[in-house]
Design a binder for this molecule. Structure first.
Ligand code: NAP
Length: 294
């Protein structure tokens, strides 16, 4: 199965690590990235670098996209020289980006119109999990299609969870990231409060990490907020996007995510103040600055 030709579209924080693991597992790999320079290291490791999505998917049995958002996904699948029309007639398409279920439905319908098999399979796990091949895929779609791509997804992951029909993976991912985003935003407020309260910050954060609020997210992010190390694991602008998609998607089920709206407002303020391209933990910075102004 390691001779299955694979195309990977999108070589950002996540796609770069995923591509490296596909090469390590021996899959013949073609890659495309809007900014071509990000493909250079992979070319040196044996990937075929394509100038367009259409050129990348030529000959691929499995096509995986790992892109920022709905707009990026639309551009790469359906834009000029897009992947969808150029994909081989027996290819299985996998949208691994965190995108809205509404867009997944549209993309899946377009794939079906071409007679192509399609799965949504967004991931949990961040930059290091992508680099280490330790992601979890949240898959939606036909079980037989998933079985076909399993050896390819296995090379990038520790777990593949089949959640149901197309769109189930995207839905689950937004529920997951809604809870992640709300925790990060709430933690930012707690850290600003701790710092202004006169408490010993490290002692306070250790108590929180070891106590009931101490989720893996709170533990990891509190360290980044304390050290102010905003090396990108998860871009702030992408978490802002995720809570926005979660808010809009839950509303369609008649559930108003008020806490997502509150979290989004914190991410938007931080983005407006220049933190969009930093790690999401930098959402604490405007709260710190507001304290100094008083
Ligand atoms: P990233 O580093 O920002 O990479 C985004 C990718 O999308 C890049 O390849 C970028 O190309 C491409 N892109 C953006 N806009 C585009 C457009 N209009 N047309 C064509 N390509 C476009 O993001 P990432 O962290 O790898 O995340 C990728 C996806 O995985 C996102 O949906 C994110 O929410 C999700 N995710 C991320 C994490 C994480 O911890 N980072 C974890 C789980 C899931 P350029 O290089 O040219 O900009």
């Amino acid at each position: 199965m390691a001779n299955t030709p694979v195309a990977l579209l999108g070589l950002g924080t996540m796609g770069g690590g995923m591509a490296a693991n596909l090469l390590k597992a021996g899959f013949p790999l073609a890659v495309y990235n809007r900014t071509a320079a990000k493909a250079e290291a992979l070319a040196a490791s044996g990937a075929r670098v394509a100038a367009t999505p259409a050129a990348a998917v030529k000959g691929a049995a499995v096509v995986i996209a790992m892109l920022a958002d709905d707009d990026a996904s639309r551009a790469v699948w359906m834009g000029a020289d897009g992947a969808l029309n150029a994909a081989e007639s027996d290819a299985v398409l996998v949208e691994a980006s965190t995108v809205s279920p509404a867009w997944i439905a549209e993309l899946a319908a377009a794939a079906k119109a071409r007679g192509l098999e399609f799965l949504d399979a967004p991931v949990t796990g961040s930059r290091l999990a992508a680099a280490d091949g330790q992601l979890t895929f949240l898959a939606g779609g036909d079980g037989a299609s998933l079985a076909k791509v399993k050896p390819v997804l296995d090379a990038m992951s520790k777990e593949i969870v089949h959640l149901g029909p197309v769109g189930s993976g995207a839905m689950m991912k937004l529920i997951n990231n809604f809870l992640c985003g709300v925790q990060v935003a709430s933690l930012a407020e707690a850290v600003a409060w701790i710092e202004r309260s006169g408490l010993d910050r490290d002692k306070a954060l250790t108590l929180l990490k070891n106590g009931a609020p101490g989720s893996p997210m709170i533990s990891a992010i509190s360290e980044r907020m304390a050290s102010r190390d905003y090396t990108v694991n998860f871009l702030l602008k992408l978490m802002s996007k995720d809570v926005q998609y979660a808010h809009a998607t839950a509303a369609k089920s008649g559930v108003e995510l008020r806490t997502a709206a509150a979290a989004r407002s914190l991410f938007e303020i931080a983005a407006a103040e220049g933190h969009a391209e930093q790690d999401m933990s930098s959402v604490v910075e405007p709260l710190r600055a507001a304290g100094k102004a008083k």
